[in-house]
Design a protein. Structure first.
Length: 129
């Protein structure tokens, strides 16, 4: 049976009554002062469905993932501060060379596209000046 909340207009006392659905419209008397009729209050109900497809679990998982990502972001930012940045090393198919211009020549000898190597070789020459 549902629980209904009431407030006495005379003394302001709030009380709950467990009534059948057919009885909720009956006038209720205040247990404190005996005044009748007490006003029925509109109260929110607590309704929770267990399982995987319900908002409660989804919100909990979303909050857990947000906290996890915040921790990971913090660790990554610390690593960026302490570690040296990665740089590209001149190579062709894993074969290391001394400069990007040497890598462009080697790529040309192997029949590969050299446009990327030439761009990096030009950049390397500008930085050497």
């Amino acid at each position: 049976m549902p629980t209904y909340a009431y407030r006495c207009p005379e003394c302001g006392h709030e009380f709950d009554k467990i009534l059948r659905i057919s009885q909720y419209k009956d006038p209720q008397t205040c247990p404190e002062c005996g005044h009748s009729p007490a006003k029925k209050l509109i109260t929110p109900f607590n309704f929770n469905l267990p399982g995987d497809d319900f908002p409660g679990k989804n919100n909990r998982i979303k909050n857990q993932m947000r906290k996890k990502n915040e921790r990971l972001d913090k660790k990554q930012n610390e690593r960026k501060f302490y570690e040296k940045p990665m740089t590209l090393a001149p190579n062709v198919d894993g074969e290391r060379t001394n400069s990007w211009s040497d890598a462009a020549k080697l790529a040309k000898d192997k029949g590969k596209d050299t446009s990327g190597y030439e761009r990096l070789a030009k950049k390397e020459k500008k930085e050497a000046r």
